[in-house]
Design a protein around this ligand. Structure first.
Ligand code: CA
Length: 516
């Protein structure tokens, strides 16, 4: 990789990942003009925008385009040496077959465990550990969302300052609960997602469920196991006090009982093996797979080697690289679970008359990502190098430590919602194009793939991995910075950009079952 810090066009910087690649990407701000001689001697025939690919040698129509050492597609026209190559020039190859994939074939890394790292977390009765102390007011049905939001505003204005150890009060609202085919087989997904959201470790087992009374999803189902239903659910149709004010007064009583209990929670020193984090990417560009995602992969390895759990997700972004993941599963059973999740999603897309070309987005393409194969190869780098210890279905709660594949759609806000249900207490989010994404329930550390983005969005991005492309820092350095930042944020010593600004996306529950 070029080691210059000068990103202007006078100093052409190109990035080639694998020795067998026949394309490289342009790293310079503003791209490079035709006629530019790049390192290695190739002269560009076309203008090549930043993050976009050009051919290192002539590729004839029908010839393989190779990046990351993998075929990302076939050229549809003759592409002489130095040509700009974008999504219009490549035909997407067939997705790897789910038959006969190699399972658990890779030698297990037996390097020593990482010891001595801790964070300050909130330990719960069930053994889970939170990074925040949050009161959650959860709805069982969309009908009562206005009331939940009203209560949250009132608590923030009138009560929260009296309980200094409580970080926040949030409304956990969603569009599920009624008008749905609740007996349909796929209804299991939204229902368990909601049940598990209520159990997120950052909520301390103190969620107050606000229901209406006549909805299909009965609110008692959302009360964490072992908690008394009557003390944790309030149904608006059952409140005896008169009018809206009476309703709010009754809810506020139940809220204050919880604030008193939550305020007694204190942080304690916990080993990193108590940490459960999620990783995902959004608004990706061609740099994501060579700067931000590899740095995340390094931090992922650190946490997994320290005994913690890291969840990676986004089925449509791993599907085309699944043949690189199945050798890494710990045993055949986990391998079969991984294939089961890929297959379920293949069918889901097929039923919707859709296919994998629905991803990437137009923004991804402008950023230089030609197709889902290229995106997948850059995306799975977030999973680091450790073995895959377990696979979770959509919205399932984490059961094992280590590197876990948690099936979710790639959609940022759906993935975020499902990872929270799986029990993450912090998320790392990489972005190339930029997004103000955040989660109310858990801190989100945002890592930019390009320095230009982190300069422009200096108060929205937490860590700049673009320094890797500029040769200012290597993957290990940025990865270690990220690992340390995760521990600081998990301990409440550092606030993320999204938390400082109070930015949070809505929860969006994945419901593949019919609406009635
Ligand atoms: Ca995503």
């Amino acid at each position: 990789m070029n080691t210059s810090k000068d990103m202007t066009a006078g100093n052409p910087i190109i990035i080639k990942i694998d020795p067998s690649d026949n394309v490289a990407i342009v790293a310079n701000d503003g791209g490079l003009q035709p006629g530019t001689k790049v390192p290695g001697g190739v002269v560009l025939k076309d203008f090549v925008p930043q993050g976009h690919k050009f051919t290192l040698e002539g590729i004839e129509a029908g010839g393989d385009v190779v990046r990351y050492g993998e075929v990302i597609g076939q050229a549809v026209v003759d592409l002489p040496e130095g040509s700009w190559l974008n999504d219009r020039h490549i035909r997407i190859p067939e997705a790897p077959s789910l038959e006969d994939l190699p399972l658990a074939t890779r030698k297990i890394d037996d390097s020593p465990a990482l010891e001595g790292y801790t964070f300050e977390g909130y330990r719960n009765l069930d053994g889970s550990v939170g990074t925040k102390n949050v009161l959650g007011i959860m709805t069982s049905v969309q009908c009562v969302t206005g009331v939940a939001d009203h209560v949250v505003r009132k608590v923030k204005n009138e009560l929260l300052h009296k309980y200094p150890n409580v970080d926040d009060v949030i409304a956990i609202t969603h569009s599920y609960g009624c008008g749905v085919a609740i007996q349909a087989p796929n209804a299991a997904i939204p229902i368990r997602t909601l049940m598990n959201l209520a159990r997120n470790p950052n909520l301390g087992g103190e969620v107050l469920v606000v229901g209406l009374g006549c909805e299909k999803l009965q609110p008692d189902r959302l009360v964490p196991k072992g908690r008394e239903v009557a003390a944790n659910v309030v149904c608006l149709q059952d409140i005896h006090e008169d009018g809206f004010e009476g309703m709010i007064a009754r809810i506020m009583e139940m809220v204050e009982e919880r604030l008193v209990r939550l305020d007694k929670r204190l942080r304690e020193t916990c080993p990193v093996s108590d940490l459960v984090i999620g990783v995902q990417c959004g608004g990706s560009d061609a740099f994501s797979g060579i700067t931000a995602n590899p740095a995340v992969g390094f931090a992922t390895d650190r946490i997994v080697k320290a005994g913690g759990a890291v969840l990676f997700s986004e089925v449509t972004e791993v599907r085309d690289a699944v043949h690189l993941l199945t050798p890494r599963v710990v045993d055949e059973e986990v391998g079969k679970a991984l294939i089961r999740e890929m297959s379920w999603y293949d069918n889901y897309l097929e039923e919707g008359n859709s296919d994998r070309t629905a991803n990437p987005t137009p923004g991804n393409k402008i950023g230089g990502l030609s197709n889902i194969v290229e995106k997948a190869l850059g995306s799975i780098v977030k999973s680091g190098t450790c073995p895959i210890s377990d696979v979770l279905g959509h919205g399932e709660r984490v059961k094992k430590k280590g590197l876990v594949f948690a099936a979710t759609p790639a959609s940022d806000f759906v993935c975020g919602t499902q990872q929270l249900a799986s029990g993450i207490v912090l998320q790392v989010f990489t972005t190339g194009r930029g997004t103000p994404y955040g989660l109310a329930m858990a801190p989100v550390v945002k890592v930019s793939s390009r320095t230009a983005l982190s300069k422009r969005w200096f108060d929205l991005i937490d860590l700049d991995a673009g320094r890797i492309a500029a040769g200012e820092a290597d993957i290990e350095t940025v990865g270690e910075e990220l690992f340390q930042m995760i521990l600081e944020v998990a301990s409440g010593r550092t606030q993320t950009a999204a938390d400082k600004l109070g930015l949070a996306n809505d929860l969006v529950v994945f419901n593949p079952a019919p609406i009635t």
